[in-house]
Design a protein around this ligand. Structure first.
Ligand SMILES: [Zn+2]
Length: 189
């Protein structure tokens, strides 16, 4: 047992240390699921600090980003893409774009992030990935801390300082009907 690296012990896995073999399976299945939901997946060189973008028709990922982050970005940006092209969710985008009060905006933003995470979790389950719920949930919380830190300080925080584990599991949310159309290019949040 003492030859087993810490990150391979059950319960000891942290965001950023996930074994690639488990993620390779996720990547292939998630790509298939995203494409079947009508979105194009594209690799493109993006200007830092951008790691991934979406425009309602395609999800673009920078291939220089680490593989674990690419997996998260694909799921994360799928969730946001759903939010921007589902007619039933259109009314919620107004608050995201036009809430001036900072605290109120942070609440709207958090709800937006969690909703996207729910669609992503649903996609993972749809494509038969059921062993990465904790990984994804921890990543969602880590990402939220990162985004929150950015809004609070106007600077991108150190990613490592945002990493958390054993977070509450994200609840999957049924994916609504989509009507794909181009929207203004958006970043991960
Ligand atoms: Zn986001």
């Amino acid at each position: 047992m003492d030859t087993v690296p810490g990150h391979e012990l059950h319960g000891a896995r942290r965001v950023g240390q996930w074994p690639a073999d488990e993620l390779v399976g996720l990547w292939g299945r998630a790509c298939s699921g995203v494409v079947k939901h009508g979105f194009v997946i594209e690799y493109r060189d993006l200007e830092p600090p951008r790691t991934g973008i979406f425009d309602g028709l395609r999800i673009v990922i920078d291939p220089d980003v680490g593989f674990e982050m690419q997996c998260f970005l694909l799921l994360h940006l799928f969730g946001h893409s759903v939010q921007w092209v589902a007619p039933s969710l259109e009314h919620k985008l107004d608050a995201l774009q036009h809430t001036e009060d900072r605290q109120q905006f942070m609440r709207v933003l958090h709800a937006y992030e969690l909703e996207a995470a729910g669609f992503a979790m649903q996609l993972m389950h749809q494509v038969g990935v059921t062993t990465l719920d904790q990984w994804f949930s921890d990543f969602v919380e880590t990402d939220w801390r990162y985004v929150e830190g950015y809004y609070q300080t106007d600077q991108l925080p150190d990613w490592q300082s945002c990493v958390v584990r054993d977070c509450k599991l994200v609840t999957p949310a049924p994916i609504p009907e989509l009507r794909h159309h181009e929207v203004q290019v958006r970043f991960a949040f």
